[in-house]
Design a protein around this ligand. Structure first.
Ligand code: GLC
Ligand code: GLC
Length: 803
């Protein structure tokens, strides 16, 4: 069943009913100010850091779900309604929510009045602007009261939801005309404030939540709205809000546009005040002046559209598969941008208060982002590398605001260092910018420790080489990619973090997955060394890679598939010797991508994965699922069977299998897996899948689960970047390379061909793929050997590939 449809021309997903199985959300903002917005107007905003600079409040486990957010009320005689359906929940005569790229439009109609609410965060602007157009479609004059509002969060989102004895005393606001300023803690150590404003004389306001709502009432029925008034309340502690009221009279056919603006500004210490405790509002005034008129708003939306048009034109495909095209051309790339911006911090499932930016996550996110804005990828790589330690290990996470490593999670995730090689090589192949390798980059952010970025890569590789176990395989540490395979943590303490507890440092538990990674990224590092003239180093790394390959073949191959690991007692995991957890997906993906054992082992491993782990939504993480908790395995066995790491389809690693199928040149198997969980392909199963049909989720419950097919944790997942890599570089076969663009499609038999447009190093490659006997590649009419088109200065290069 569907709850809406794709409008590909407008690049929108149009939701046609408010009761989607879960809130279906969108992201606004691209730089400093970010907002989340659900299909009923819920969500929250923050500046750069969802933990430390939360602007509006959100209750993740509220009942009913998704309350608060954008608080719009329209009073028309006795009827009160909201253009986005919520918060009032009055049934509408018409409801539509159009999620577009960086903006969302709600179109509501009730009793002859239509309201269109467009919300966006304009580019280069720390403000969410909400344009509300109200039109009287009826035959009579309408006298309406319109309210717009927001509930402030007291900045630190963790403190805001825990430290009530203090918080109920500190809330402060100022009101100036149609603007409410939120200035909690501004009197002391904060130099930032927020504001909510309407571009019309306000007929009333409230800033004290309890006054506005009245006792025993929720956002759906505020007392002030019921009485069609405002109390002019000024918050003193408790919960500050900003609610502005504008009364309108509209003749038949007449419409009125209001701009509500939610902004954030910072002042230098010496310019904080204009009088005792009075905010210097210069910045807010300037920001508001920039969005005072509808024309200014429309121009900003146009700029945003043009921006996305430009970004997305860097890679487009036209094929016989409409769903493939819409994933590649629009939604997958859009999600790559969102994961780049957010890492795993803020969604409806990630509270924004815990994880900050992940080292491995952000490195992988770059794989799907680097072609969009390479300059930002460059900056990110250097930020990430700066939290690495001198021995090559690294902090696992960092806070985006401070860019400092997160001490409570610490280090010891032994896959982390290698991801830095993966993203740096991807960046250089995309841009040809070898200069990034010379960039002075500190360890642990300590001034004075800077070494060229290349040295960080060297230490990453070195860390794996020097941390190996009894079988010559890499030590797993606290965990590798699979955060829940905790082989050195024997936890019996409820609530103890599986990732940070390592109370049994065996010095023995090993990961076949990291071995696969090392073979793949070690080779990439060796290639890079060779290119920059480090021949001896390249040779040494290749030797280490080949040793690792041997170790995998000797100890990591189970006969029909690759094993997963060795535990603290040197027992295999992911082997037919085990009762449960006999086969895991991760090493099948990575060892085959790395080419270990060649295509024969590859096909065998992939067939085993399909047979034992395949379901209609993809490949499950492991089988059989663990039915009980084992302290020597850790968190993986804490989840009920079929959920999360214990045997769901953990979407992130499915594209590894797709890429692995491409590696062994099986286009049918690759595509068959791709389409099983590509959101657009399962749109009509929305009542089962439940999360948004336009973005990937982290997991889809496996066959062993009670809710097989149900997805969870949408948006912030490495699935976005890897799926884009799988479809663009594997199936469509367009791979940036140091010396040129490789075009080597691996299409399913039913596809006759496709057209691809790819901007690469300043040249637009217009690629036609077709089937025929005359196999091979011509570029601008010239037949080439192999499938890499050498770099050219030409603005356009036309490529014909016959497969
Ligand atoms: C989550 C984490 C990621 C990890 C994965 C598997 O998605 O963000 O870092 O690799 O789970 O455990
Ligand atoms: C939990 C999740 C896993 C995530 C980890 C770290 O273990 O199952 O997916 O990576 O937390 O936050």
């Amino acid at each position: 069943m569907k709850y809406g449809y794709f409008d590909d021309l407008a690049r929108e997903y149009v939701i046609t009913r408010p009761d989607t199985p879960l809130p279906w959300i969108n992201y606004l903002g691209s730089d400093g100010f970010f907002s989340l917005v659900s299909n009923t107007g819920g969500g929250y905003s923050f500046y750069k850091d969802a933990k430390l600079r939360r602007i509006t409040r959100f209750r993740y486990n509220n009942v009913p779900a998704d309350e608060g957010g954008r608080l719009f009320y329209i009073c028309d005689k006795d009827t009160v309604w909201s253009p986005a359906y919520r918060p009032v929940r009055t049934p509408l005569d018409q409801y539509r929510c159009r999620h577009g790229l960086g903006y969302t439009v709600f179109e509501g109609k009730k009793n002859g009045v239509s309201a269109s609410l467009t919300v966006t965060v304009p580019m280069h602007c720390d403000m969410e602007v909400q344009k509300l157009v109200i039109r009287n479609d009826s035959k009579e004059e309408k006298t309406l009261s319109v309210y717009g509002g927001a509930e402030w969060c007291l900045w630190n989102a963790v403190d805001d939801s825990t430290n009530f004895q203090r918080n109920w005393n500190i809330g402060e606001v100022e009101v100036e005309g149609g603007t409410v300023y939120h200035k909690t803690e501004y009197r002391e150590r904060r130099n930032h404030y927020a504001f909510y404003s309407v571009n019309a004389p306000a007929d009333g306001f409230d800033t004290n939540r309890d006054a506005f709502l009245g006792q025993f009432r929720g956002w759906n029925e505020p007392l002030a709205v019921e009485k069609r008034t405002s109390f002019g309340s000024i918050a003193a502690g408790w919960a500050p809000v900003a609610v502005l009221r504008v009364d309108l009279t509209l003749l038949p056919g007449e419409s009125r546009t209001l701009l509500f603006r939610l902004g954030y500004a910072e002042n230098p210490e010496e310019k904080k005040f204009t009088a005792l405790n009075v905010i210097n509002k210069e910045k807010a005034h300037a920001m508001l002046a920039a969005f005072e008129t509808e024309a200014q708003f429309d121009a900003a939306l146009k700029e945003l559209r043009a921006y996305w048009e430009g970004l997305l034109s860097r890679f487009t495909v036209k094929s016989s598969e409409e769903k493939l095209d819409r994933m590649v051309n629009i939604w997958n790339q859009y999600q790559c941008m969102v994961t780049f911006n957010m890492s795993r911090s803020a969604s409806y499932y990630e509270s924004g208060t815990g994880r900050g930016m992940g080292f491995r996550d952000s490195c992988q996110d770059l794989l799907g982002f680097v072609h969009l804005i390479p300059e930002r990828a460059r900056e990110r790589i250097l930020d990430i590398a700066s939290i690495q330690f001198a021995d090559g290990s690294t902090y696992h996470q960092y806070q985006p605001l401070t860019k400092r490593g997160n001490a409570d999670v610490g280090s010891g995730f032994n896959d982390d260092p290698l991801w830095l090689i993966a993203c740096t090589c991807a960046y250089i192949r995309e841009t040809g910018d070898f200069s990034i390798l010379d960039e002075p980059t500190p360890f642990n952010n300590e001034a004075g420790t800077e070494v060229p970025l290349l040295e960080h890569l060297r230490r990453s590789a070195g860390y794996t080489i020097s941390h190996r176990g009894p079988h010559g395989l890499p030590l797993i540490g606290r965990a590798d990619w699979n955060d829940c395979l905790n082989l050195n943590c024997f936890s019996r303490e409820p609530g103890e973090s599986f990732q940070t507890c390592s109370n049994f440092e065996s010095g023995k538990a090993e990961s076949v997955f990291i071995a696969g990674m090392f073979v793949k990224y070690g080779q990439e590092y060796a290639d890079l060394c060779e290119r920059i003239g480090l021949k001896e180093e390249a040779a040494a790394v290749r030797l280490a890679v080949s040793d690792m390959e041997k170790a995998v073949l000797a100890h990591g191959w189970d006969g029909e598939w690759f094993r997963r690991a060795y535990d603290a007692f040197e027992r295999p995991i992911g082997s037919r010797q085990n009762e449960e957890g006999q086969i895991f997906i991760e090493p099948q993906g990575f060892c085959v991508m790395a080419g270990i054992g060649g295509p024969d082992y590859g096909r065998k491993a992939l067939r085993s994965a399909e047979e034992r782990l395949g379901n209609e939504f993809g490949i499950e993480l492991l089988a059989p699922c663990y039915t009980e908790y084992h302290d020597y395995l850790g968190e993986i066995s804490s989840y009920p069977p079929g959920y999360k790491e214990n045997g769901s389809v953990f979407c992130h690693n499915n594209p590894w299998i797709t890429l692995a199928w491409c590696k062994v040149r099986d286009g049918n198997a690759a595509f068959d897996l791709y389409r099983r969980n590509a959101p657009a392909y399962i749109e009509d199963k929305s009542e089962i899948h439940r999360t948004e049909p336009y973005c990937y989720s982290q997991t889809i419950a496996g066959r062993a689960a009670r809710t097989y097919g149900e997805a969870k944790n949408s948006w912030l997942t490495g699935t976005a970047a890897w799926s884009f890599a799988a479809v663009s570089q594997g199936i469509l076969g367009v791979r940036p390379d140091y010396d040129g663009l490789t075009v080597d499609p691996c299409l399913p038999d039913f596809m006759d061909g496709c057209r691809i447009s790819r901007l690469f190093r300043g040249t637009r490659y217009e690629i036609t793929v077709r089937r025929g006997d005359d196999k091979g590649l011509t570029a601008d009419g010239k037949k080439l050997d192999g499938c890499t088109i050498p770099l050219t200065d030409a603005p356009v290069c036309s490529v014909l590939v016959t497969i």
